[in-house]
Design a protein around this ligand. Structure first.
Ligand SMILES: NC(=O)c1ccc[n+]([C@@H]2O[C@H](COP(=O)([O-])OP(=O)(O)OC[C@H]3O[C@@H](n4cnc5c(N)ncnc54)[C@H](O)[C@@H]3O)[C@@H](O)[C@H]2O)c1
Ligand SMILES: O=P(O)(O)OC[C@H](O)CO
Length: 348
């Protein structure tokens, strides 16, 4: 049955789950539109800093947050009677958090997934985890928001364009309207899988691009990495049943270009440090934020083997991160693969 909203869109009761930088930026966006927004956060210091100082000093410093945001450490308080829930918990903790959320979510709720990644082990997308855990919510009510969007820029009101993917067009239209502002343009899309594959693979490519930068290489290398990385994204998407045109869109090439080229990207910065000689665990031990590409390197690599999809950049990135391969050797391996026609690929 198609989704129907039984109230005016301005009356939506909304909650954001996850008070990291993206969760806080999305809460700020919704709050600035007038929505009274509950924000579930894990850390007491984050709840306190938002409640008392109107700032998330840990994950999104220097942004004055709206009075419409109510931070809470209590999931029940955050989720009770909400019509739209935005899930922004990093992939590593999404499943356990979703299970805790479940008892407090009404079946008719819209669930918007803003997390990027593929789960290690199950190889599920983030909306796949939500569908598997929130079994009382109709599958069509679970949708995805993605695209080139750094939290810091959205929070500062810089023009940003994203896509909302949902299998039910009425769900997509409702969420599109709820999020859209003159500085945050939202398109709709019916290809959830393609949007989520794009969001996961681009983070692996961003790490690879950062590694090249860290090794001291330049613009030629980066352009090659983005172009061939897009090819790998398309190939995996095709094998999984995603629509090819999705990868030419915001959640494909759009997010890939953004994350492979900007110092604001945590994945790119992580890769740069690897290229400069640091090790994965050493970098992660100093980060409070996530670089989803670290986990996605493993899950996407495993997926590529399982589905027999050729993804050499993903493979080499995985080997650098998890098998201690030398980054320069990994790049040499990529450059000296068997020479071939650019489009000599069963997925062209
Ligand atoms: N930051 C961005 O610019 C941005 C933009 C688009 C999408 N995303 C995606 O949003 C998702 C969330 O990332 P973020 O940037 O908001 O987070 P972040 O990296 O800024 O912060 C880390 C988050 O992890 C949470 N966390 C740590 N341990 C936890 C646990 N045990 N259980 C539950 N939560 C725990 C913290 O509370 C915090 O909210 C990621 O998938 C990311 O790829 C981020
Ligand atoms: O900072 P990153 O690398 O996690 O990227 C953030 C967003 O995914 C960009 O769209």
């Amino acid at each position: 049955m198609a989704y129907t909203l039984n109230k005016s869109i301005d009356e939506l009761q909304v909650a954001v789950v996850g008070g990291g930088s993206w969760g806080t930026a999305l809460a700020q966006l919704l709050a600035s539109k007038g929505y009274k927004t509950s924000l579930w956060v894990l850390e007491e210091e984050v709840a306190e800093s938002i409640a008392k100082e109107r700032e998330n000093k840990v994950f999104l410093p220097d942004i004055k947050l709206s009075e419409n945001i109510t931070p809470t450490l209590d999931l029940e308080e955050a989720l009770k009677d909400k019509d739209m829930i935005v899930s922004v918990v990093p992939s590593e903790w999404l499943r356990e958090t979703a299970l805790k959320m479940k008892p407090f979510i009404k079946p008719e709720t819209l669930v918007v997934s803003a997390t990027k990644g593929i789960e290690i082990g199950t190889r599920l997308t983030m909306s796949g985890i939500l569908r598997e855990t929130l079994t009382h919510v109709p599958q069509e009510n679970i949708c995805v928001i993605s695209g080139p969007s750094f939290a810091k820029e959205v929070a500062r009101g810089m023009p940003t364009v994203v896509t909302v993917a949902a299998s039910d067009p009425d769900v997509a239209l409702t969420v599109q309207e709820a999020f859209a502002t003159p500085y945050f343009r939202v398109y709709t899309n019916t290809d959830l899988l393609g949007v989520e594959v794009g969001g996961a693979v681009k983070n692996v490519m961003a790490i690879a691009s950062g590694i090249c930068e860290g090794l001291g290489f330049g613009a030629n290398t980066r352009a090659a990495l983005i172009t061939r990385g897009l090819n790998e994204m398309r190939r995996l998407g095709r094998a999984m049943g995603a629509k090819q045109k999705t990868f030419s869109g915001l959640a494909g090439v759009g997010d890939l270009v953004l994350t492979c080229t900007a110092d604001l990207s945590r994945n790119y910065t992580f890769g740069k440090k690897i290229g400069q000689g640091m090790k994965r665990e050493e970098i992660l031990s100093k980060m409070r934020m996530v670089a989803e590409g670290v986990r996605s390197s493993k899950s996407v690599y495993n997926l590529s083997i399982e589905l027999d999809v050729e993804m050499p950049i993903v493979e080499q990135t995985y080997k650098v991160l998890y098998e201690d391969e030398d980054p320069a050797k990994a790049l040499f391996n990529l450059m000296t693969r068997k020479l071939r026609d650019e489009h000599d690929d069963q997925y062209g």
